[in-house]
Structure formats: C-alpha cells, structure tokens
Write a protein that binds this ligand. Structure first.
Ligand SMILES: [Mn+2]
Length: 423
C-alpha cells in the first residue's frame, strides 16, 4: 500500500485580486505560500510516497529569487523525508518564461519539455510519464506522444492541458480528448491547468485537482489537493483536502418584500450567520448578491453606498472579523405585478422590447459594440477587475439591460403617479 498527492496550479506569489482597496482587509499576500506549506505538512503527516505537481507552480517569472527559495525550501522538507516530487511546467511557468533558475534537490524530478519522459519507482512498481510546457502557448496535442502503459506497473500520466477546451477563463493549451488519455492504458491521469476541481473519469481516474488557493471571486469555493491511496496496483481511496487560507464565495441574499435599509441589513445578517454555521473557521471574501422583488428597490439603488458600508460593518461584527466583503451587487427588482404587461401600454412595450433584445444575439452584439469606446476610457479602472478582457460579458450586458429596464419602469410609474395626483 502507498499514498501519493496530486496537486497543480500552485501559482506561488500570485496576487489575490479584489480586496486591495478595502481598508483593513486581511493580509492575503502570503496565502498561496501558506497553502503550499500546508500541502507539505499533509504529505509528511500522511507519509505519502511522492507528490505530483501538474504545472503552474509559479504565477510567472520570479520578481526575485525569494519565490524560488520558498518553493525549494518546501520541497526540501519532503525530500529530506524520502518523499519524491515529480513536476512539470505549465503555461504560467513555461521554460521560455522563466529567466531565473535554481537547482532542484536530488529527489525532485522536472520532466522534459521536448518529449515525454518516463520515471520508474521500482520498489513501488510505479511508472510516471510526463512532459512540460516549453512555451506559454502550446497548441499541439502533447498526450498523443505519451508512451503506452508499462505492464506490471501502476501507470500515471502527468500533464498540463485544457483537454478539448470550453473551460471559461482558461486558455486552450495542449488540447487532447478524454479518449486520447484513455487510449494509453494508464491507471491515473494527474492533470493541471483548470482551476476548478473536477473528476472527469473514474476508469481510469482522470483528475483536475484545481488550484490550492482561489485568487479572485471567479475561483470560489474550497480549494486544495487530491490524496490517493493505492493497494495491489489499484486505487482504493481518493479524497480532496482543503488547503485554502482565504475562501472566495458568492452569497445570495433575498430581499423580497424588504421595506427599509435596516431590514435589508438584517436579511444579510441572517444569511451570513447561516452560511457561517457549516463553514470552516478561515477568513472569507464574500461577494454579496442582493436579489428579489421589493417595493424598496429604487431606494436601495439610491442608497447603494450606504447599504454597502452597513453590510461591511455587519459582516465584520457577525463573523468576528472573518468575513470581508469583496463586492455588493444589487440585483433586486421592483414588484412586477404592479406593472401592466399589455403591449398597448408604455410599460408593456418596454418589457416586450427588453425581451426581444435579450433573445437576440445580434442586438446584444450591437450594444456591446456601442459600449466598446467606453472601455478604452475606463481601461485603467477595469484592469483591477478580474477577466476585464471579456468586459462586457454577456452576463454583464444582461445585468445592465435589466437595470435600465427597472429604471425606466420605475420612472414611468412615478410619472403616472404624479400625473394621477394632479388630475
Ligand atoms: Mn494555472
């Protein structure tokens, strides 16, 4: 029997984005380092035979040597206990990107970027096949050239890949299909690149462990590594271990029928406390999404910054300082039933028009084109936002249209109320 750890996408020293401008926000600069230190602790505790790292150890070229020194000091802790490390480079730490280098300890193997290599651990009867990225943008199918499994051995493939693609927020690199991987006859495919944990197949096991520390709100939920137990050449246990030091999460709060600012904050407070009940005791960066139909909708919009600050204070109070608010998104609606949907009325026409726009890819594209000159002007601000290259995304556009729609309907209602009063 032996155990091993599969991890990927450490992105050591990557900045965490979205909390920088928050007065008193927690010190998150060391989060990726601390997460990796805990991975090493886990490996020592579980007495694993080896650790596999499927690319993107670093976020990019080192600013100075301290990033490399940190990493090597951690793998030395493993090697000193006889735990071997097998690693490949990914798109973020491709050979061509890294200008600095440090020698690796003896029990650590970095696979070639030119061709697949095989490492044998004879006493465990394990064969590990791997190849790293020579350049950032690897377009060829690397898996294709991997050798077929060696009989009598437990075979592992180590690869950084987007598979056939289609993962939002991840570039398409070293594309290959699940069939390509299966055809090699291995027992386990240790993949990297996709930051969301995913078990793609169980026969054989094909796993993305996800990254070890979320870096912004689009990398939410628990993050960590995979621990695998092997007996008689077959996998008997596979489990995820959390390593994240601060967790990103979106919390939806329903404000249905809310009539005041205090009530809105109370609703948030309740949602926050019920979330914390089952959550591990670590810091959280929460995005709060306020939803639901409320007659207080337009007031909430007018009071948005007050509401945000009240929520921040409340979050800190109910969580004993563990919760930090990344952003508050106000997505409430005015009660719809008060508005006529009759297409002969102005409110009915507006609702019909919105529906038409939302259902027409051409209309959405045209609005996006109208917004693009704006993008240049606010580019500097947007650079602070994750995934700003995609702005406005279809999701953003729909949100803006929805708000414009609510605003127009609200104005119409106010106008008809006041004209009603006058007559
Ligand atoms: Mn990555």
């Amino acid at each position: 029997m032996f155990k091993f750890i599969h991890t990927a996408d450490l992105h050591i020293d990557s900045p965490l984005r979205g909390l920088e401008q928050y007065e008193g926000a927690p010190d998150i600069q060391m989060a990726t380092r601390q997460a990796f230190t805990e991975l090493v602790d886990l490996a020592l505790e579980e007495e694993v035979a080896f650790v596999l790292i499927a690319g993107d150890i670093y976020d990019g070229d080192w600013k100075d040597f301290s990033t490399g020194f940190f990493y090597i000091s951690q793998i030395q802790r493993l090697n000193q206990k006889g735990i071997r490390v097998f690693q490949i480079s990914g798109n973020h730490d491709a050979q061509s990107i890294m200008t600095k280098d440090l020698p690796l300890p003896k029990l650590t193997k970095q696979f070639s970027t030119r061709k697949p290599e095989t490492e044998i651990i004879e006493d465990l009867k394990v064969a590990i096949h791997g190849q790293g990225f020579a350049t950032k943008s690897v377009q060829e199918n690397l898996a294709e050239n991997f050798p077929h499994s060696q009989s009598g051995y437990f075979n592992i493939g180590l690869l950084h890949t987007s598979l056939v693609g289609g993962y939002q927020g991840h570039d398409n690199y070293a594309p290959c299909s699940l069939e390509d991987l299966k055809s090699k006859g291995y027992d386990y495919w240790a993949l990297g690149h996709i930051h969301k944990r995913e078990e793609l197949c169980q026969d054989p096991w094909v796993v993305f462990p996800g990254n070890i520390q979320g870096r912004h709100i689009h990398e939410s939920g628990p993050k960590g590594c995979t621990l695998i137990e092997v007996d008689q050449q077959s996998i008997i246990k596979i489990e995820h271990h959390d390593l994240d030091q601060i967790r990103w999460q979106t919390l939806q709060v329903k404000l249905d029928q809310v009539n005041s600012l205090e009530e809105a904050v109370d609703r948030f407070s309740e949602a926050c406390q019920s979330y914390l009940k089952d959550a591990p005791a670590i810091p959280y960066a929460l995005r709060v999404e306020l939803i639901g139909e409320t007659p207080f909708h337009s007031k909430l919009n007018a009071l948005q910054s007050t509401l945000e600050n009240f929520i921040r204070i409340n979050a800190s109070e109910v969580s004993d300082g563990a919760i930090w608010i990344e952003k508050v998104r106000l997505n409430t609606h005015p009660p719809k039933k008060e508005l006529s949907t009759d297409p002969e009325t102005p409110t009915g026409q507006i609702q019909l028009l919105l529906k038409e726009i939302l259902n027409s890819p051409e209309e959405l594209e045209a609005i996006k084109a109208e917004l693009s000159p704006l993008l240049k002007k606010i580019d500097v601000e947007l650079k602070k936002v994750p995934d700003h290259q995609d702005w406005p995304s279809e999701e953003d556009l729909k949100l803006y249209l929805d708000r414009a729609h609510d605003y127009l309907l609200h104005e119409l209602k106010e106008a008809s109320n006041s004209s009603g009063e006058a007559s």
